[in-house]
Design a protein around this ligand. Structure first.
Ligand code: DX5
Ligand code: ZN
Length: 216
């Protein structure tokens, strides 16, 4: 099953609630929420109060992408704010295994994100404990960047690793995904598609429907 996760980073911040309802009504299954701390990544985006205020707007999956240092410090708070799926960066966790288990004990689905240059082999042992791996296909911190071409090989390699281990782990791809390259990304093995500017620029609902049409 493929899922579309529009990234609110590209939404109009003055109407976040309305825009969440718009992507929900158009059929997007997830809502991608990028949390940035100005330390792991240069930007600061939104945090806990925004997530809890948006929670009543939709029943869709809150796919929370934490681009923050040592996210385990806030694990409980993000779950309480309404996250359904929490993704932490391998590069931001001193104790990745402990972070994953802390989240799991809180009852949410857990993902691990990797920056473009991070080797997927760092997931060798933790992979069976994960629901999802998020591959960054741009350097994290900003929306609207260009998809890094070598990412397609990385998606294929990760898909092979998951298949070889006979696991069911979703592959989410985040950064520079558009209507032009989404088919390549899916063919390489991804099944959760993040799209920020490609959804929120122009007619939001039409864009969501066009993505879903290409995603089968
Ligand atoms: C970047 C974020 C992405 C970003 C994607 O650090 O993790 O989710 O918003 O935006 P686009 O689709 O515009 O590249
Ligand atoms: Zn993201």
């Amino acid at each position: 099953m493929n899922y579309l996760s529009p990234s609110l980073l590209a939404a109009d911040a003055s109407k976040l609630g309305e825009q969440v309802k718009a992507i929900d009504q158009a059929g997007a299954q997830y809502v991608h929420i990028d949390v940035m701390d100005g330390c792991f990544v240069p930007s600061i985006s939104f945090g806990l109060p925004v997530i809890s205020s948006l929670r009543p707007c939709t029943k869709r999956v809150f796919d929370v992408h934490l681009m923050i240092e040592e996210p385990v410090r806030y694990a409980k708070e993000f779950v309480q704010a309404g996250a359904d799926l929490v993704t932490v960066h391998a590069e931001a966790c001193r104790h990745l295994d402990r972070t994953v288990y802390t989240l799991r004990e809180l009852g949410v689905r857990v993902g691990v994100a990797l920056n473009p240059a991070t080797d997927i082999r760092c997931l060798e042992y933790i992979l069976p404990s994960l629901d999802m791996v998020l591959l960054m296909t741009v350097n994290p911190g900003f929306g609207g960047q260009k998809f890094i071409p070598y990412s397609l090989d990385k998606i294929r390699d990760l898909k092979d690793m998951i298949t070889r281990k006979d696991l069911h782990v979703d592959i989410e791809v985040d950064g520079g995904v558009s209507l032009e390259n989404v088919s390549d990304v899916l063919r390489a093995g991804a099944n959760v598609i993040v799209a920020g500017s490609a959804v929120f620029r122009g007619n939001i609902q039409e864009n969501v429907k066009e993505f879903l049409g290409k995603m089968g």
